[in-house]
Ligand binder design. Structure first.
Ligand code: URP
Ligand code: ZN
Ligand code: ZN
Length: 457
């Protein structure tokens, strides 16, 4: 049975145009105006935008932090993703100390298979690096893992600069890309001690322990390491004005530096930490929320094309029973916030409707650029003949108010409580099957693993 989506406006990063789309067996088979076929099911998209399924390249589902586990697993996290129009996610498979990359990959497959409602792939977070791990890059590549993450902060995860340099060199053979969590881990540890010594134990000490320069120093260092290795790089969850300035400098000097930011760094600021009670814990993530000047600079960088992707860094912990682990010591609050469900409505409302970016730029930032950077294009990230029929029929008029009471995310709060939005995913198709109808999930758990190709850098 084929399907024709009629009367919508297809959005691409460079132009938008009226056209019908015909789908058969998971794939887009025709894009033309006025398609007619009496055998096909017709879906009316008049007045709606048609986006290629959104891709969130930064989630942490079912992540064990040692003393607690994220509130969302693959079942709840991918259901929240699909209802918002995100048809693919890339989660961070994470190597535990003493584990091989292949063991870590198997763990992540076990977590995701048969329960995911959107398609999924994995980056591999390397937390231990040696000659044996290096040899595994070959099998990782064969298994569809073509992007990696290293941490410069968090004692249980971080690598040293020499390891980061040698990973970059080793990845050249496979055209893999390394995304780095850029924060100076030594300084973070020292500043945490400083805050605690002064009796600052509440969430308001969190941003003070990770000032802007902690990020921009690490970004500048990573850029220098990459220049020595002569490698393209990705910087994940960039949050500061000083950080993006380092990137712009490097790009203008000809270096290939890709950048991700997240909705929280575009929409929330550090005044949220200042609170009489423990509410500030809701916003404890790393890097922390920043100042209005940083937010302004990030929007400008987005509109000028200095930022390539917007991911969520969805890493949800309940306020009650999880964030409260750090009730007497902010440094023990599990780091991370939810967002996978709301990224498209937030960026459409506060980016497109407010005139900060165009809908075409949104298409690049949430879909096409992501697919290209992470080896999924043109299967994902574009509406063209031969691509997977991952399609979001976007109702530009639908109004909503974000709330923990109406979200799918399996967590007891949302950092965007009360945010008003106009524009929403009305119908969503995943590889040709309708999975969301009139804003409700009608088909769960049909997500498949995305075996990715070489990154396009
Ligand atoms: O606070 C955050 N961002 N937690 C998730 C892990 C990471 O650093 O991306
Ligand atoms: Zn990170
Ligand atoms: Zn993350």
């Amino acid at each position: 049975m084929s399907i024709i989506i009629k009367g919508g406006t297809i959005v691409t990063p460079t132009r938008s145009y009226l056209s019908d789309i015909k789908i058969k067996d998971e794939i887009i088979i025709e894009i033309e105006q006025n398609l007619v076929d009496s055998e096909s099911e017709i879906i009316d998209a008049t007045g709606c935008l048609l986006f290629p399924g959104f891709i969130d390249s930064h989630t942490h589902f079912d992540l064990d932090t040692g003393y607690t586990r994220t509130a969302d697993d693959f079942k709840t996290g991918t259901a929240a993703a699909i209802i918002g129009g995100t048809t693919s996610i890339l989660d961070f498979a994470t190597q535990n100390k003493g584990e091989t990359l292949n063991e870590a990959l198997k763990n992540w497959h076990d977590k995701a298979k048969n329960v995911s409602s959107c398609d999924y792939g994995f980056h591999m977070a390397i937390t231990e690096w040696n000659e044996d791990i290096k040899k595994e890059l070959e099998s990782m590549t064969n298994e569809g893992i073509t992007s990696y993450k290293a941490y410069m902060a968090y004692d249980s995860l971080r690598l040293n600069d020499g390891d980061i340099y040698t990973i970059l060199k080793a990845l050249k053979k496979y055209n893999g890309i390394l995304g780095v969590h850029c924060e100076n881990g030594d300084l973070v540890n020292t500043f945490i001690k400083e805050q605690l010594k002064e009796g600052n134990t509440s969430p308001s000490a969190h941003p003070l322990s990770r000032p802007n320069k902690v990020e921009s120093e690490a970004i500048s260092r990573y850029i220098n390491i990459a220049s020595l290795a002569e490698s393209p790089i990705n910087i994940v969850h960039l949050s500061t004005k000083e950080g993006i300035e380092e990137v712009i400098k490097a790009r203008e000097a000809g270096q290939k530096v890709y950048v991700e930011t997240c909705p929280q760094y575009l929409l929330l600021d550090d005044s949220l930490y200042v609170n009489e009670d423990f509410e500030g814990a809701k916003y404890v993530l790393s890097p922390p929320l920043r100042k209005k000047e940083d937010i302004e600079m990030l929007w400008q960088a987005l509109s000028k094309g200095y930022i390539d992707t917007i991911g969520t860094d969805h890493c949800s912990f309940n306020l009650e029973g999880q964030k409260t682990h750090g009730i007497n010591d902010f440094s023990k609050i599990p780091n991370g916030i939810p967002g996978v469900e709301h990224r498209p409505v937030l960026i459409y409302e506060y980016g497109v409707n407010r005139g900060r970016i165009t809908k075409e730029q949104m298409c690049g930032l949430l879909s096409e650029n992501v697919a290209k950077l992470f080896g999924m294009f043109p299967k994902k990230g574009v509406l063209q003949v031969g691509s997977d029929a991952d399609i979001v029929i976007w109702d530009t008029k639908k109004q909503g108010i974000i709330s923990k009471d109406n979200q799918k995310q399996n967590v007891d709060y949302t950092p965007y409580e009360g945010f008003k939005t106009t524009g929403k995913a009305k119908h969503v198709f995943l590889r040709g099957s309708q999975v969301v109808k009139e804003g409700s999930i009608i088909n769960s758990n049909s997500g498949k693993y995305i075996k990715r190709g070489e990154t396009n850098v």
